[in-house]
Design a protein around this ligand. Sequence first.
Ligand code: BG6
Length: 488
Amino acid sequence: MNNIDSELRCEGQTVLVIFGGSGDLTFRKLLPALYNLHVLGAVADGFEVVAVGRRPWTTAEYHEKAKEWARKQVRVPFGDADWNDFTRRLYYHRMELGDLAAYEELDRLLAAACPNSRRVFYYAVAPSWFRSVTQGVVEAGLNRPGSRIILEKPFGDSLEEARELHDELVAAYGEEELYHIDHYLGKEMVRNILWLRFRNAIFRHVWGRHAISDVQINAFEEEGVGSRGGYYDEAGAFRDMVQNHLFQVLSVLAIEPPADETATALHNEQLRVLQALRPVEAAAIDEHLVMGQYEGYREEERVDPESRTPSYAALRLFVDTPRWEGVPFYIRTGKSLHTRDMEIIIRFRMTDPETAPDLLVIKVQPDEGVFLRFNVKQPGRGEELAQVYMDYCQSCHIENYRNTPEAYERLLMAAVNGDQSLFSRWDQIEASWYFANRMIAAWEAAGMPLASYAKGSQGPTEACRLPALDGLDWTVSDLPETSLRAFV
Ligand code: BG6
């Protein structure tokens, strides 16, 4: 007797078991990505999905819930026929994650229906559940040789907890089978940084302190915490976005050329960047970190009415390697801001104080593209300088738009194919946690105030003091209206 009310039948070579199958992430990101892959026929060997959750739903009810989300979230055109075809592979299995016997039941089910499928387990649950799930999987013998484990962030709530979790997971599964997801590493334009930089002489040879004055990574979100107040109020902007996603992006931007094209070489170099982040002491924290909270945050659902959790963070960092000596890296991220936009701005050194700096802007989302600003002589008789812009709008082309896999599609495929290069290696996560922990502790030790900002604004004005320390401002991001508009 099992909880799946329709009969599980595996035809593909992979069965993906999602722990946290009734959660936000599964509905918003994973199932839409799997639908896209299915419609595009991208998983040649086929797959089945078993979504595991505690809610008392039937598989048919689960399909209905998933459909509401999928309609809004999928990248390829949504069609009822495609959806019905997709859901033939999607099962809902009700179980309590703390109940060991339930894992045995799941094992019996998979052994009977999917004897030849590779098992991939997705931990789409809060880190506090990781231990129970691992124990259940291991004790029930659910993991077979070749099984893979995909771990969703946040990976622990602190460095100590992350280390404990890691040791347990390695003891249970072995390090090679662990796939730490950082979905920013799967984004098209984040992937593109390496190509842009290493396959173009015009960028490759200027990438460093001789030509670059500063680097900005901006990840703005228009939405507030929404229904995720419970999780977010524990995490805050630094742990939610900076410690993982934005440090990973920084590590790709500042990387030295990897020795070869393997995942190991890439990870080694990313790690070196993270280890080279200059430590920040409490006495100087105000020169490196501003954190803020939007007005109305404390009234959000499941948020502490006296919360001091930041929903915004701005950082000024230095990477102590010969290439980047003295070049500030700024990071800004926050919720309930004026726009949803992620871009990376490389500002080049000025040739003289009167000449505007050249800019290279890598647009990550919602539009994808590359934008270059440079100086020319004013056309015609004028002898003055004019700034002009060259746009390469990748997402403006319908073909690119359709062919560009969304981050989770790419990452799910990579995990199924055993490609580790798109995932974070444990030592990278450890190095980011180490740095993040120290910075947060310094902020607390210094008793730094939490700045307030209005919903829909550009964040707290206090953040302006960070670039001002280097004689700069944020205004480079106020680029003129460009042709960089996504197709839809
Ligand atoms: C998640 C964070 O990892 O990334 C969310 O937990 C955040 O708070 C999200 O909204 C942003 O991802 P994306 O792909 O929409 O930029």
